[in-house]
Design a protein around this ligand. Sequence first.
Ligand SMILES: [Zn+2]
Length: 148
Amino acid sequence: MCIEADSCIIAPFCQVTPIAYSACDGRVNFRGWSQSMHELSITQGILEIALRHAEQAEAHRIIRLNLVIGELSSIVDDSVQFYWDIISRDTIAERSELHFKRTPGTLRCLVCGHTFPLGGQYVCPECDGKQVVAAGGDEFRLESIEVD
Ligand SMILES: [Zn+2]
């Protein structure tokens, strides 16, 4: 059985600071929520949401979690997997599989408003503007869970 979860995991962190990037001297300085956010609390968020949905569906076991992770979310899926194996122990999600679907990053130039795909560069291709913000691909969501 597959349950639609469609929950933003990073919502509690989203209000902290807006996501902004600036490229100076070819170096990218990231300013945003990710610095104050740990993969551990993120992973706890996933578990909380998954258990809540599984309970509502009266599931016995969680088999697989389908997560959507944006290229700009700066979440390391290996760390999430590491914490997941620890914190899911002794819950119905123990030994469940985390599946990550990656979405590409999109940036918007604050100078001219142009939107462009990340593609490894943080400088606007239209006006060479160096002040850009994330326009897409910064999400981290639990799309659905598969349960027994
Ligand atoms: Zn521009």
